[in-house]
Design a protein around this ligand. Structure first.
Ligand code: RTP
Ligand code: MG
Length: 143
């Protein structure tokens, strides 16, 4: 499988729980390298833009309100089969369905406050990475 990049967001609930380091450790142990990272507090415009694909869904307003409720930690993860690997480490969207040992099983409280985001395919990964990072902000490993 080719090397891929994916976008990861540690959402406001998990930042508030002070588990950024624990989540980073899971990425690294799972074979993913952090090649860019930034913390920010999303504006409403940014959150609506990022989740524009969901704008007609009934949960859209709650999702945006939640995503702007505190700072988020955003990173680009790189590795073999990174998009699927990252989603496996996150677990199912609804923490009640998330496999034991996944981030959402351990840290998410509900389908609304579910700790993390991950890109769901190569096209969305590209768009989502560009939403937060210029090419020059991404630091591939040279060793
Ligand atoms: P994400 O995009 O955050 O990584 O999560 P996902 O792919 O597993 O889920 P997605 O279908 O893309 O939905 C985006 C986020 O919207 C919230 N959601 N709420 N109440 C609901 O039925 C519902 N469905 C989705 C979740 O916070 C989900 O992460
Ligand atoms: Mg999604």
């Amino acid at each position: 499988m080719a090397q891929e990049r994916t976008l990861s967001i540690i959402k406001p609930d998990a930042v508030a729980k002070n588990v950024i380091g624990d989540i980073y450790s899971r990425f690294e142990k799972g074979g993913l390298r952090i090649v860019a990272a930034r913390m920010l507090h999303l504006s409403r415009d940014q959150a609506e833009g990022f989740y524009a694909v969901h704008q007609e869904r009934p949960f859209f307003r709650d999702l945006v309100d939640f995503m702007i409720s505190g700072p988020v930690m955003v990173q680009v993860l790189e590795g073999d089969d990174a998009i699927r690997r990252h989603r496996d480490i996150m677990g199912a969207t609804n923490p009640k369905e998330a496999a034991p040992g996944t981030i959402r099983a351990d840290f998410a409280t509900s389908i609304d406050e579910n700790a993390v985001h991950g890109s769901d395919g190569p096209d969305t990964a590209k768009t989502e990475i560009a939403f937060f990072f210029d090419d020059s902000a991404i630091c591939p490993r040279t060793r």
